[in-house]
Write a protein that binds this ligand. Structure first.
Ligand SMILES: Cc1cc2nc3c(=O)[nH]c(=O)nc-3n(C[C@H](O)[C@H](O)[C@H](O)COP(=O)(O)O)c2cc1C
Length: 147
């Protein structure tokens, strides 16, 4: 069964570009082996990650991620069976919102901290932001592929 998990967490410290790149390239190659796809957004303070793939693979990886000391205060926004993948081409598309021209990091921090009526509302807001960021993610992924 195909399964999707979306969570937010707080980073233990502000990641440098090099740290984020290391995390992202290791994640992408491991996810490719596990046939897991998704997105990781980073604001300098919060992560928001979408993991999608086989139920068992996603759960095993997710439990490893939860015990990673590079982040804490992890909140699952949603975990649900999914008929399709949202990001079938991205083994892990990583977006550093600090590099965004329109300073979306602030908006993103609000999404992560604001109390929404339901966690799904928070996930939907975050997904709207992802949609707006898609072009940037594509560019990031293309430059990762070229590297
Ligand atoms: C925010 C965040 C997201 C991560 N996402 C992934 C991921 O998508 N895939 C992955 O293999 N590791 C990811 N990791 C790294 C894992 O937590 C862990 O380091 C990795 O699975 C290797 O585990 P190991 O060091 O026990 O071998 C992530 C870590 C953090 C902090």
């Amino acid at each position: 069964m195909n399964f999707t998990v979306i969570y937010v967490s707080q980073s233990a410290h502000s990641f440098t570009n090099a740290e984020l790149n290391t995390l992202s390239s290791k994640a992408a190659s491991r996810n490719a082996e596990l046939d897991i796809t998704g997105l990781l957004l980073y604001s300098g303070k919060y992560f928001l990650q979408i993991l999608e793939g086989d139920y068992n693979a996603v759960n095993t990886l997710f439990s490893q991620i939860t015990s990673d000391t590079r982040h804490h205060s992890l909140i699952v926004l949603t975990g649900h069976p999914a008929t399709e993948r949202l990001f079938p081409k991205w083994s892990m598309g990583v977006v550093d919102l600090r590099l965004s021209e329109d300073h979306d990091a602030e908006l993103y921090d609000r999404i992560c901290t604001q109390s929404y009526p339901t966690v799904n509302d928070a996930a939907i807001e975050a997904l709207k932001l992802f949609k707006r960021k898609q072009r940037h993610v594509n560019r990031t992924q293309e430059s990762n592929d070229a590297a």
